[in-house]
Design a protein around this ligand. Structure first.
Ligand SMILES: NC(=O)C1=CN([C@@H]2O[C@H](COP(=O)(O)OP(=O)(O)OC[C@H]3O[C@@H](n4cnc5c(N)ncnc54)[C@H](O)[C@@H]3O)[C@@H](O)[C@H]2O)C=CC1
Ligand SMILES: O=C([O-])CC(=O)C(=O)O
Length: 353
């Protein structure tokens, strides 16, 4: 009887539409040789539906690719090195996830990474525009609040921007919120349901504790402490690593969860919901993190912001001007980048001698 039951459930699982569709994806990781890139690629490799895991970095990736290719999972691992191979790396990808760029050092704010990382975002967006404009493009690279507007502007300039296909990954804020709140309640963090809205830096990270399920019943002081810890958790890791970068392993865990959700949704699974930082009309900020239902073609539905308490409404009012300014800075960066590109690319071929 038990054997029959197991066979039956295996048959149902193997013939469900999601299982039939979810078998043939290409996922590209840009920055795959880095602190996040390596464990993220390892976790993504666990997904049996991937036909090709493409690893891109400015550094040689052969050793990492050979290592990952020995894992007993279907699909192949390919490598691409340098800017000249970026288009080939993303070509045909269903999902491109970007973990390329500098991490913070102690004492730095995320915004200070824009000078180093803005160009990386612009280059990836340019390559995607040419080689795979229909892909789902998800950035881990900081500062998320500016990087996503930069990428959006480059995609727009190339005439291929689709707001439903561009994401800044804020899953780590949700992962941390679940862990810290779960611990405070003495519950399994996996069973805590919490929405985190806003952006991905300091007070722009707004965990809506009043909407937490199961309800968090701590006192106001405890709530304040928890919110502060979630907002400053990145800095907590930067300090603990003392000059050796920022969160890598927890980010890889969060990034792999987000990529898995994207793949499940494009494979036809219904009801896949993640928080992410996207172009949005929910508030006055043009880019905003909120809960999104994912579907076959990216964002299927923008979930309403849940009913907030007074404290959360005040916090939202404070963070919106910051997000608006960050968006302007990101867009401005992209415009300057594109202008510079115009100057360096000859508009007409030199006349034949
Ligand atoms: N969204 C989030 O929640 C989080 C974001 N981050 C951000 O993720 C980024 C990466 O962090 P780590 O992996 O710790 O840094 P890392 O320095 O260890 O790795 C970065 C990798 O990117 C590569 N790279 C640099 N420029 C590139 C380019 N133009 N094309 C391809 N590859 C390039 C480097 O060679 C390196 O392998 C940082 O900007 C960091 O702030 C980190 C944690 C959480
Ligand atoms: O704090 C940082 O620089 C990295 C990051 O975004 C995070 O850990 O949330």
């Amino acid at each position: 009887m038990m054997l029959l039951g197991r066979l039956k459930s295996q048959l149902v699982a193997s013939t469900s539409p999601w299982r039939l569709l979810a078998r043939n994806y290409k996922v590209t990781v840009v920055g795959a040789g880095g602190g996040i890139g390596q464990p993220l690629s390892l976790l993504i490799r666990q997904n049996a539906g991937i036909r090709e895991l493409a690893l891109h970095d400015i550094n040689e990736m052969k050793g990492i690719a050979t290592d990952l290719s020995h894992i007993s999972k279907p699909g192949r691992v390919t490598t691409f090195v340098g800017e000249s191979q970026l288009e080939a790396a993303v070509s045909g990808a269903n999902v491109v996830v970007v973990a390329a760029g500098m991490p913070r050092l102690p004492g730095m704010e995320r915004d200070q990474l824009m000078a180093a990382n803005g160009g990386v975002a612009a280059k990836v967006a340019s390559a995607v525009s040419v080689a795979c404009p229909g892909t789902l493009l998800a950035f881990i690279t900081n500062p998320i609040n500016m990087i996503v507007p930069t990428a959006a502007e480059v995609l727009k300039a190339n005439g291929v921007f689709n707001p439903r296909r561009l994401f800044g990954i804020t899953t780590l804020d949700v992962v941390r919120a679940k862990k810290f709140i779960g611990t405070a309640m003495g519950k399994d963090p996996g069973n805590v349901d919490i929405t985190v809205i806003g952006g991905h830096a300091g007070i722009t990270i707004l965990p809506l504790l009043s909407t937490c399920k199961p309800p968090y019943l701590g006192e106001a002081k405890e709530i304040e402490k928890l919110i502060h810890r979630i907002q400053e958790a990145g800095t907590e890791v930067v300090k603990a690593k003392a000059g050796n970068g920022s969160a890598t392993l927890s980010m890889a865990y969060a990034g792999a969860q987000f990529v898995d959700s994207l793949l499940r949704a494009i494979g036809g699974q219904e009801g896949v919901v993640e928080c992410a930082f996207v172009a949005s009309e929910l508030t006055e900020a043009p880019f905003f993190a909120s809960s999104l239902e994912l579907g076959r073609y990216g964002i299927k539905r923008y979930l309403e912001i849940p009913q907030m308490n007074e404290l959360e409404m005040e916090a939202l009012a404070k963070l919106l001007p910051i997000l608006r300014k960050n968006a302007e800075e990101g867009i401005d960066f992209a415009r300057k980048y594109l202008k510079q590109l115009e100057k360096t690319v000859p508009t007409a071929l030199p006349e034949a001698q």
